[in-house]
Design a protein around this ligand. Structure first.
Ligand SMILES: NC(=O)c1ccc[n+]([C@@H]2O[C@H](COP(=O)([O-])OP(=O)(O)OC[C@H]3O[C@@H](n4cnc5c(N)ncnc54)[C@H](O)[C@@H]3O)[C@@H](O)[C@H]2O)c1
Length: 332
C-alpha cells in the first residue's frame, strides 16, 4: 500500500509511520516541522519504502503530486497543543482550514482514501454543561457546546469541526472514501512538553525535582490513551470498509483527576517536591476556559474494530518517565 502521512514527523504520525512501514507499506511523510522533529523519523531515514518531504499541507503544489501517488492518506498535520493554539491564533485557523481544503480536494480528485485526525475539542464544554453531575461520556452524535468567538480556544475546535464537515460533505456528495477520528488525550514517548501537554510536562518537572504546576483546583478529570493503542486503532479504522463516512471517538474512558495524576507521576519519577497551583488566566491569558471532564464513550469504535485498551495509566506514566529520563539526563 502506498501511504501518505501528513504530520508524520510528529508524535502520533511518526509512530504510525513506523508501524505501517513494518507492515511493508511504502510511506511518504509530509511535514513542515513546526512541532514535528526529524529525529522522530530517525529509525526510518534511509530505509527503502520511506521518504520525507518538507512542506505545508496548505500548499497545493507540494501536496498534489504526493496525493496523486497515494492510496491511503492519514491527514494528521495541524497546529497542536493548547498553548501553541492560544499563542498563534491566525496560523491555527489558516493551516487547519486551508490544509483541509487542499487535502480533501486532492484526495478526492486522485481517488485516495483519507483518514482525518479530528479532536475531542470539537465537543467543547458539552459534558460540563449538559451533565454537571458527571457520569455521562461523550458520544459521537452528541451536541457540541463551545464558547464565545472572543475565546480563541474555540477557534481550534471549530476549524477541526470544519475539517470533519468538509470530509463528510465530499463523502455525501461524491462518495469520497473518508474516516474521521476524534482523538482524545493521546500520550506516550516523543510527545513534546512545550505546548501545554500535561503528562510530559508533569514528568519533566518531576524528574528535574521542580514543582509540578497544576492549573485550577486539580479536581478536573482527564483520561489518557497510550499512543501504541491509538495507532493500532487508526490503522484498523482505515482498513474497515464499514467505517467509511463515519466519525469515531478514540480515547480511554477511564478518568483520573489532575491531582491524582500528579501524585502518580511524582511517585514513578521519584519526586517529593509538592505541586504548585496556578490559575488558568496566568497560564493561558484572560478569558481562558477549560472543561471539568472530557471523557470518550467508545462503544462505536469497539463495535467497529474490536478496539481494546492495553495500557493502564501506570504503564503510560512509566513509559513516559523512561523516555523523558533519557532526554532530561541527556541535557543535564
Ligand atoms: N496527541 C493528542 O492528544 C491529540 C488529541 C487530539 C487531536 N490530536 C490530533 O492528532 C494529530 C497529530 O497530533 P500529535 O499529537 O501527533 O501532534 P504533533 O504536533 O506531534 O504532530 C503534528 C504534526 O503536524 C505538523 N504540522 C503542523 N502544521 C503543519 C502544516 N501546515 N503542514 C505540514 N505539517 C504540519 C507538525 O510539524 C507535527 O509534526 C493532530 O491533527 C492533532 O490535532 C492529537
Amino acid at each position: 500500500m502506498k501511504v501518505l502521512i501528513t504530520g508524520g514527523a510528529g508524535f502520533i504520525g511518526s509512530r504510525l509511520a513506523e508501524l505501517l512501514h513494518s507492515h511493508g507499506d511504502e510511506i511518504t511523510v509530509l511535514d513542515n516541522l513546526s512541532t514535528g522533529r526529524k529525529e522522530n523519523l530517525a529509525g526510518l531515514e534511509g530505509k527503502t519504502g520511506f521518504r520525507f518531504v518538507l512542506g505545508n499541507v496548505a500548499d497545493r503544489s507540494t501536496v498534489e503530486p504526493l496525493v496523486a501517488q497515494a492510496e491511503h492518506v492519514y491527514h494528521l498535520a495541524a497546529p497542536v497543543g493548547v498553548k501553541r493554539i492560544m499563542d498563534h491564533p491566525v496560523l491555527t485557523i489558516l493551516d487547519n482550514v486551508r490544509g483541509a481544503d487542499v487535502m480533501t480536494e486532492t484526495a478526492h480528485k486522485y481517488g485516495a482514501k483519507m483518514l482525518v485526525a479530528s479532536t475531542s475539542e470539537v465537543y467543547g464544554r458539552s459534558l460540563d454543561l449538559l451533565d454537571p453531575t458527571g457520569t455521562r461520556k461523550l458520544a459521537e452524535e452528541d451536541y457540541r457546546i463551545e464558547g464565545s468567538t472572543q475565546n480563541h480556544r474555540w477557534a481550534y475546535a471549530n476549524t477541526k469541526a470544519l475539517d470533519e464537515f468538509l470530509a463528510l460533505a465530499y463523502y455525501k456528495e461524491f462518495g469520497f472514501q473518508t474516516v474521521i477520528v476524534r482523538f482524545f488525550n493521546t500520550v506516550g514517548p516523543r510527545q513534546l512538553s512545550d505546548y501545554g501537554m500535561v503528562i510530559p510536562n508533569f514528568v519533566r518537572r518531576a524528574l528535574r525535582k521542580e514543582p509540578i504546576e497544576i492549573y485550577g483546583t486539580g479536581e478536573q478529570k482527564r483520561s489518557f490513551l497510550h499512543v501504541n493503542d491509538a495507532i493500532r486503532a487508526v490503522v484498523a479504522l482505515m482498513n474497515e470498509p464499514a467505517a467509511v463516512g463515519q466519525v469515531f471517538n478514540l480515547g480511554n474512558p477511564e478518568e483520573i483527576t489532575i491531582n491524582e495524576l500528579a501524585r502518580k507521576v511524582m511517585a514513578v519519577a521519584g519526586s517529593d517536591v509538592p505541586p504548585v497551583y496556578k490559575d488558568y488566566q496566568s497560564a493561558y491569558g484572560k478569558g481562558f476556559e477549560d472543561m471539568n471532564r472530557r471523557t470518550a464513550d467508545i462503544t462505536k469504535i469497539r463495535a467497529a474494530i474490536g478496539f481494546e485498551i492495553t495500557y493502564s495509566i501506570e504503564e503510560i506514566i512509566a513509559d513516559v518517565v523512561e523516555y523523558e529520563r533519557s532526554v532530561v539526563y541527556a541535557n543535564v
